[in-house]
Design a protein around this ligand. Structure first.
Ligand code: ANZ
Length: 809
């Protein structure tokens, strides 16, 4: 027999699997459908070990489900538009298209060498015109429905990438992609109206996502229920948003964000210089810096607002703790009951009026050190006095204020519309033309795709590169046929990934983004896996996209993922997140060359609980390598070593209890424990091979079941063994073995034996043993027998499965 040599078998099976179409999904095949998808990669050059970590376990799970009779779709493609292609192209002086497609080619090969069951006949890249054509189609449909619109406004600008960013792409004030501090610019940009779906996106009813993801999305959407209250000012009525209208009588001043449009009109000549100086300082700070600062800064405008109920004159201030992008960009400050207002009032000597008092509490002390932000009950508020504060009476308070015409119930969201235009080259051209006569017009469907031209000079300048392409810009107005000008921005690449899961259901469909019948049959995704870093961006956008598609009658479902699970991350050997820039990347190709794909797959399953992840330990791979060597020897080597005693019941117990555990662990996505259980079973099998049991049918059964259990995890080794054992069909189309429940539980129990109430030893007896059998077994045990010698038995007690007590004197 030969030693385990992965190189002799892996390429061979990969070729045969591909040639026989083993992994081609057939929608007509029997079995309930199961759509398994792992977030597709960006074609950055090569798959690193972190990619392998995210793809191998779901591949094993998909294989397991297939063996369990499910008709499994497990496709893969490439998220191929985006900045890295341009950056790499600039650096290496190659065309971004060539760079991208060469990488796709290489990475597809890596996926194949990993031994995945991906159906490659469904592969596509989002930079394929056949794909991005439908991005454009969606955009024009949304434009017609008022869901895509263009407007002026303050936007996030990344000075390094030289493009605008969506709010979701700004993390703590920095560009999500390159980490550069983001600036604010006033620009006219395209938006998708995700806010229309804000409320629906808060309902996670049809989707099973980890609590953490739901919490992050809920926070991001940030629903606040409250009221808008109107104050008269010298520059006209000013509306503020508050979640605590019950505190209205405690409002002692107003605060405007530095960027608020009324600031100039409200600034009196005496205050002009102070306000100008303040705006200059505040303008240099990001929202995050403003919110994190504990020191309250601000400036008086010189003007006053009229309190809508008391008619009191309230000073109007400008301060950067009020954000222009939230609510109305202005607030009524209630220092007695809001910490930020309290700190501000203290810093500038402004009035503090208590209007909420804790149940059973004393009136607020003038020297109080902090605001009371609880609900309590209302005081110093005339007709509202005595009502409970907070949520309990918000509706009642709003009703009264509404009746007086000074407030209106209002729900606010933190979520903003999705800014989708980008001033970069390598993306989907926005399918809009501008006619001097008819304004912005959607490109008609018959003219799609608007192809992304080649040979564009795309070094970032802050201008859209397509602007420099005169031929591209020239267009006809679809209304009058006159000269028009094309939009030169491209779409955010998160558009591409918002609906790609539907495309896999009919990847070559060319009369719509997808074939509705195919999508209806396969969507939603039964198990979607990927990293937690997409919790808000991709996962929120694709939920939004599904709801829009539903409203366009393209799908019946409202949620794209039935179940979402996040894998952990594999850290570099230095316990840092693996990345090229840190220089701690482990190259899977080297490992595959040294150990073979099956060993790498096993090691990645074994290295950590899948959803947790952990550090890469280079020496750890020897364990799985040795294990597969033993598995190989078990099947192919001659018996050697000393004889062993393994009973048939022991062998069947080992096999079936392992099968039961492995089956459950696959359902639970607990891959590391599967490997551990298979390793343990290997020990028993190695022993059994040297015992008499190896000549019984139980041995054949054991080898067969073990072979099948190996298939999802180590597909090449399992296939080779399967064929060497005389089978002709692939192991990967076999049914998953059934657990013999009887064999899977051990019939015997070990129980303690007492002599006159003192534990003297243990016996192993059958669970179904009678009292006589149990006592007899106890008496036969030499440890017990010596305590019985020469004594007279008074009583014999057997509590089945628990204890034996022989009372003597
Ligand atoms: C008066 C008040 C009294 C408030 C009180 C709170 C407590 P969430 O829950 O996050 O929606 N606010 C409104 N617009 C703001 C802006 N643009 N920048 C900063 N703060 C703003 O918070 C809503 C509350 O945050 C609003 O309710 C307002 O302060 C403040 F005892 O109004 B409140």
């Amino acid at each position: 027999s030969e030693r385990y040599n992965p190189h002799a078998i892996e390429a061979k099976w990969q070729r045969r699997w591909a040639d026989s179409g083993l992994y081609t999904f057939d929608p007509e095949a029997p079995g309930e459908k199961f759509y398994a998808l792992t977030m597709f990669p960006y074609p950055s050059g090569n798959l690193h070990i972190g990619h392998w970590y995210s793809y191998c376990a779901p591949d094993a799970r998909a294989r397991f489900l297939r063996m369990n009779g499910r008709n499994v779709l497990f496709p893969m493609g490439f998220d191929s538009f985006g900045l890295p292609a341009e950056n790499a192209a600039i650096k290496n002086n190659v065309d971004p298209r060539q760079w991208t497609y060469a990488n796709i080619e290489y990475m597809t090969g890596q996926f194949q060498r990993m031994g995945t069951m991906i159906d490659w006949s469904r592969k596509f890249a989002t930079s394929d015109p056949e794909y991005y054509r439908w991005n454009q189609w969606f955009f024009t449909e949304m434009f017609r429905r008022g869901l895509a619109y263009k407007r002026d406004g303050l936007v996030n600008w990344c000075p390094k990438d030289q493009t605008v960013l969506a709010n979701e792409q700004v993390v703590n004030g920095h560009c999500e992609r390159c980490g550069t501090q983001v600036e604010r610019r006033n620009l006219s940009q395209w938006y998708l109206k995700i806010t229309d779906y804000a409320d629906e996106l808060l309902d996670f009813g049809g989707t099973d996502m980890p609590e953490r993801v739901r919490a992050m999305q809920t926070h991001w959407i940030g629903k606040s229920v409250g009221a808008e209250v109107v104050f008269d000012t010298p520059a006209g009525p000013e509306t503020v948003f508050t979640t605590r209208p019950d505190t209205l009588m405690g409002a002692t001043f107003l605060v405007l964000a530095p960027e608020h449009p009324k600031v100039a009109a409200l600034t009196t000549p005496e205050q002009a210089e102070a306000v100008r100086a303040y705006l200059e300082v505040a303008g240099g700070k990001t929202d995050v810096e403003r919110q994190q600062s504990t020191e309250k800064t601000g400036v008086f405008t010189g003007s006053f607002a009229t309190h809508p109920i008391t008619g009191h004159q309230l000073p109007i201030w400008v301060a950067d703790y009020v954000l222009v992008s939230y609510g109305t960009g202005s607030i009524m400050a209630v220092p007695a009951h809001d910490e930020r207002d309290f700190a501000f009032a203290r810093a500038f000597g402004l009035e503090i009026v208590e209007v909420i008092r804790p149940e059973g509490g004393e009136p607020m002390d003038v020297g109080s050190e902090s605001a009371y932000t609880g609900e309590g009950f209302i005081v110093n508020s005339g007709e509202f006095d005595g009502l409970p504060g907070g949520k309990a009476s918000i509706a009642a308070v709003i009703a009264k204020l509404e009746a007086r015409g000074v407030a209106q119930a209002k729900t606010t969201f933190r979520l903003r519309d999705w800014l989708v235009s980008r001033q970069r080259y390598w993306g989907t051209p926005i399918p809009i033309v501008y006619c001097p006569e008819h304004g912005a017009q959607a490109v008609p469907e018959s003219e799609l795709p608007v192809l992304l031209p080649d040979n564009v000079h795309f070094t970032p300048t802050g201008q859209s590169p397509l602007k420099q392409d005169a031929a591209f810009r020239r267009a006809k107005c679809p209304v009058c046929g006159g000269e028009a000008e094309r939009d030169t921005d491209t779409m955010d690449t998160f558009v591409d990934s918002s609906w790609y899961m539907y495309r896999f259901t009919s990847p070559h469909f060319d009369v719509g983004p997808w074939d509705k019948a195919a999508a209806d049959a396969l969507m939603p995704i039964d198990l979607y896996t990927g990293g937690i870093e997409h919790a808000i961006l991709h996962l929120l956008y694709s939920r939004f996209w599904t709801k829009v598609a539903r409203d366009m009658n393209l799908t019946e479902i409202s949620e794209p993922f039935k179940v979402l699970r996040n894998q952990g991350i594999i850290l570099g050997p230095d316990n840092e997140k693996m990345s090229k820039s840190r220089g701690n990347v482990i190259d899977p190709d080297d490992l595959v060359r040294e150990y073979g794909a099956d060993v790498v797959r096993t090691y990645l399953a074994f290295i950590a609980p899948w959803e947790v992840g952990g550090p890469w330990d280079p020496s750890g791979i020897n364990g799985p390598a040795k294990w597969l060597g033993r598995v190989w020897a078990l099947y192919f080597d001659k018996v050697s070593g000393p004889a062993e005693q393994v009973s048939e019941a022991d062998l069947r117990y080992a096999v079936h209890s392992t099968l039961k555990k492995v089956t459950g662990d696959f359902e639970r996505l607990s891959f590391n424990t599967i490997v551990a259980a298979l390793m343990e079973l290997t020990n028993t099998l190695v022993k059994a091979k040297r015992s008499e049991v190896a000549h019984t049918p139980a041995w054949d059964e054991a080898l067969n079941i073990f072979n099948l259990m190996l298939a999802p995890l180590v597909p090449h080794v399992a296939e080779e063994i399967w064929h060497e054992r005389g089978q002709s069909a692939s192991v990967h189309v076999q049914g998953w073995p059934a657990v013999d429940e009887q064999a899977a539980v051990r019939d015997s129990v070990v129980i303690g034996v007492q002599v006159s109430g003192k534990v003297r030893g243990e016996v192993e007896i059958s669970k179904s043993a009678s009292q006589e059998e149990a006592i007899a077994a106890a008496r036969a045990n030499p440890d017990i027998a010596k305590h019985l010698e020469g004594k007279q038995t008074v009583k014999e007690v057997y509590v089945p499965g628990r204890i034996i007590n022989i009372v003597v004197r």
